[in-house]
Design a protein around this ligand. Structure first.
Ligand SMILES: Nc1nc2c(ncn2[C@@H]2O[C@H](COP(=O)(O)OP(=O)(O)OP(=O)(O)O)[C@@H](O)[C@H]2O)c(=O)[nH]1
Length: 600
């Protein structure tokens, strides 16, 4: 069935976590018969198990629906899902760029949250038509009028005609579909222009290779065509195009205004970069679509197999994950303490946790990971400028002219009762106050400039616990600023343990060093000799603890002559040894590393 361009609608859903995006998407699919009810898995749009468990959307997906509207005509609706987390802001902006409109879903009992606001602004920047949807009106605590006022006051959008919906109970679903048809404009581009298709996501398939998810802006794309990726100039031949309904179904072509996928024997997702423009190699467009950026990792961490024998397995797993994730960076690294492993770069903390969890869960590899670090810029006294993402490479303090660290602008939305608590937190985290704005009598939004390193330390957890979970956070990278930073080394028995070194602001070095040294004292078992544990900046010791010597005799408990019991105990001791890391003369249990590294 061909549907003319004026009856195509491309839209996405902007919502805060838990405000009901997936439930609403499911209802739309159900109502349009895209998915027969019996086939409905709970939530179609979030496909990864991990996403489902954590209740967050990580990767963008798309789905196509046919809706017969009140005017009796069939409309083709493409719903493009957007990732719901700040780490993936760039992906969100590309998904938005593929649409003409957005449903702004707000929980009737919660109101607008920081992330929603940030994404709505992004959508407005892309000139999207925004349709406010107030969800969960079935809840006794629902306050749709209050939420309407918020939408008008904070975002400045008229909300009189906001739709009142209960995705759970299926109330107002048809009204949502009618609003999509009536209020969101159809796509504009012409089919006769040279091809320009925006890549908003990609997927790796072991048979078909990297599959690009695209929105065709102008022109047309079909099998047999030679295409060119405009950011790299690489060319490929299209073997298949198709749509998401919601599984991939091949079609003859994709025309201007349509959303679908492109297979072209592309081996690596690095060649299907989100935000890149696909054009016709023989009749190329003059300019690519605006807004392309290469994904840059912001957070780095050392990832080591707990069992050294898993090294190859870890490499293979990282390679596999990278096939589907162009933003994941890794290179081999060695540590005196942890052996062979990899330095990995991530878009943010959540991205890091997701990758680590997948390595452990899907690939069955136990990991030791070092504390995450941001990327510092160091200007050396000899004029050289270097970037440092690993404390091990931090230059000697005498050779440093100055250091710069990345800053973000954090927007925090919270009930006004917690303003004091959040100000205190932001100050502790070296935040610089920018402004504060009342949304209504009860809620405010505060903006601070905060070093990214503080955000990745434990900012979010602290924010949640100090506001009883009522605050929401969004942040955006703003640039580098000079900062008084130093590297703290940890010495066990006089030897530096490279995996435990960290970079920290001078004012915080002492407190963090104390904490770490005390923790190590508690987790390293006593051994036959006394062990000093020290923290040092350059050659200066700033904290010290001592583990007293002990003659550890596991057989002491077995008085009498029960040989088998003795043997068993010795066996057990040997097993334990395997999980020990030898640091000079000192044996440190792996759990000690884990517990210490988890602190960060
Ligand atoms: N009472 C009520 N609960 C709802 C409604 N819509 C969704 N929920 C519930 O709210 C919770 C979150 O809904 P989801 O659809 O998973 O939220 P989401 O926005 O997709 O969340 P993410 O996938 O994390 O972005 C679920 O427990 C839903 O059952 C509604 O209209 N009324």
């Amino acid at each position: 069935m061909t549907i003319p361009q004026e009856r195509i609608r491309n839209f996405c859903i902007i919502a805060h976590i838990d405000h009901g995006k997936s439930t609403l998407a499911d209802r739309l699919l159900e109502y349009t018969g895209t998915i027969p009810e019996r086939k409905m898995e709970d939530q179609i749009l979030d496909r990864m198990d991990l996403e489902r468990e954590r209740g967050i959307t990580i990767k963008a997906q798309a789905v196509r629906m046919i809706y017969r509207a009140d005017d009796g005509k069939d409309y083709l609706l493409n719903l493009i899902d957007t990732p719901g987390h700040v780490d993936f802001n760039y992906e969100v902006s590309r998904s938005l760029a593929a649409c003409e409109g957005a449903l702004l879903v707000v929980d009737a009992s919660q109101g607008i949250e920081a992330q929603t606001l940030a994404n709505t602004y992004l959508a407005l920047e892309h000139d999207l038509e925004i349709v406010p949807v107030i969800n969960k009106i079935d809840l006794p605590s629902a306050n749709p009028d209050g939420v309407k006022r918020e939408i008008e006051d904070i975002i400045g959008l008229p909300a009189d005609d906001a739709l009142l919906v209960s995705a759970k109970e299926g109330i107002g679903i048809k009204e949502v579909l009618e609003a999509v048809v009536k209020r969101i404009p159809p796509p504009k581009g012409s089919e006769d222009e040279p091809l320009r298709a925006l890549i908003f996501d990609s997927l790796y398939d072991s048979y078909k290779g990297a599959i690009a998810f695209v929105r065709v802006m102008e022109g047309r794309i079909e099998p047999g065509q030679k295409i060119k990726m405009m950011s790299t100039g690489r060319t490929f031949e299209v073997t298949e195009v198709g749509i998401f309904s919601p599984d991939m179904v091949s079609t003859d072509s994709l025309r201007a205004g349509e959303v679908g996928y492109v297979v072209a024997g592309i081996k690596n997702v690095k060649d299907t970069r989100v935000g890149d423009t696909i054009t016709n190699a023989e009749n190329p467009a003059e300019k690519p679509l605006p807004g392309y950026k290469k994904a840059v990792p912001m957070v780095f961490s050392g990832v080591y197999p707990a069992d050294g024998e898993d090294y190859e397995k870890l490499r293979e797993a990282l390679e596999k994950l990278q096939l589907n994730d162009a933003a994941l960076f890794f290179e081999p690294e060695t540590s005196a303490a942890l052996g062979f492993g990899f330095r990995c770069g991530f878009l943010g903390l959540l991205h890091m946790e997701v990758i680590q969890e997948r390595l452990e869960r899907e690939y069955g590899i136990n990991l030791i990971t070092t504390a995450p670090s941001v990327v510092y810029r160091v200007k050396k006294t000899d004029g050289q400028e270097i970037t440092v993402d690993n404390p091990t490479n931090f230059p000697d303090p005498s050779k440093i002219e100055y250091i710069e660290e990345p800053y973000v602008e954090a927007s925090i939305m919270l009930p006004s009762d917690y303003v004091g608590a959040v100000m205190e937190l932001c100050q502790e985290k070296r935040g610089i106050f920018k402004d504060m704005q009342y949304i209504n009598e009860k809620r405010v939004i505060m903006r601070y400039d905060v070093p990214l390193a503080e955000i990745i330390y434990d900012f979010f957890d602290q924010l949640k616990s100090r506001t009883r979970g009522y605050a929401s956070l969004d942040y955006e990278f703003t640039g580098y600023k000079k900062s008084e930073l130093c590297k703290v080394d940890i010495l066990i028995n006089g030897e530096i343990v490279d995996a435990l070194s960290f970079i920290v602001h001078k004012d915080k070095a002492y407190a963090r060093a104390r904490l770490l040294v005390e923790k190590l004292r508690d987790v390293i078992p006593r051994q036959l000799f006394e062990i000093p544990i020290q923290a040092a900046i350059g050659g200066r010791i700033i904290a010290r603890e001592t583990i007293k010597a002990l003659r550890k005799n596991v057989l002491a408990k077995c008085y009498g002559g029960d040989v088998t019991r003795k043997k068993k105990l010795l066996e057990k001791q040997k097993e334990g040894k395997k999980r020990m890391r030898q640091l000079g003369k000192v044996e440190v249990p792996q759990e000690a590393f884990m517990s210490v590294l988890k602190m960060g």
